[in-house]
Design a protein around this ligand. Sequence first.
Ligand SMILES: [Zn+2]
Length: 362
Amino acid sequence: MKFLSKFIFILFCTSILSVAQIFGQKQFTVVLDAGHGGHDAGAIGSYMREKNINLAVVKRLGSLISQNHPDVKVVYTRRSDVFISLQRRADIANQNHADIFISIHTNATRGRSAFGTETFVLGLAKTKSNLEVAMKENSVITLEDDYKTKYQGFDPNSIDSYIMFEYMQDRYLDKSLQLATLIENQFKRKKRYSRGVKQAGFLVLHKSACPSVLVELGFISNRAEEKYLSTNHGRNELADAIYKAFEIYKQDYDRKSGIIHKPNPEIIKVQQVADDDVVFKIQLFALERILTKNHSAFKGLKDVTYYREGNFYKYTYGESTSFDEIEKIRKEIADKFPDAYIIAFKGNQKITVGEAIKANTK
Ligand SMILES: [Zn+2]
């Protein structure tokens, strides 16, 4: 029976593909670009490096898209800590005929006070600070061999090089602006401070021939924001915001291209635990099927996630690196879920609560 249902599921997936192929529709492709990598650390905070934050958020974002939109092709410019040239990042987008390109970065300033998110589209920078962000991000090309030839003499550190963006026609501008605005709106919904949608001359956006945005997740130079960017909570929240923006953008794209989807019940999120961090969660119950978001079984709890073990989908609530905090949450929901109990993960590996407490006190 289990084999049969798996078989039917595979059949179902292949039938989605073949319908798209019959009608000659290209698979919607999103290219996710984690800025920097390898010997290019990007911005450096007091203990975090930009390249790691970018990659962690990109991985979460990619898995949210893949889990919830099996019809979408997700391409990563990098999935590990490796150096990739700006040209190569754009080539990956172009070779895959990307429908959108999302480059993820983390900001830094000399002072510690600046904080908040901002999303850039290609264009001429209207303020000095916007230009400075582009100069900083573009300056990574100087780490590449022969960058002067490769980028036609573009000098990332000379203001003169940026004049070209004034006369450039960007046929993707409207769509890029749409996506950028959706992303910043979703950040606001997560109570992040949004510095807004901005324009500047980013080479990586210039070279990719599709609607493209460059997201600055926050300032690694600001202590509070650096801490937020280092936590699973912060990274999940940021990835989730960009994911929701993607979803709205895609719905609009589908509507305009006449693609009709069967009403798709909103499936709840897969749990996201990244890297080697230890987190505690509360397990509510286990079932052999996936429930839709806001299902009555959750008794009004929001943001329930699940992980899979064997044939079971195990539904969890809350997340904290602190045992005391998760215990507090458990008590708060004990009237609704008296049998719920605390579990622990290290990365995506389930460990015992005892091991987790021990790992945390090291
Ligand atoms: Zn960067």
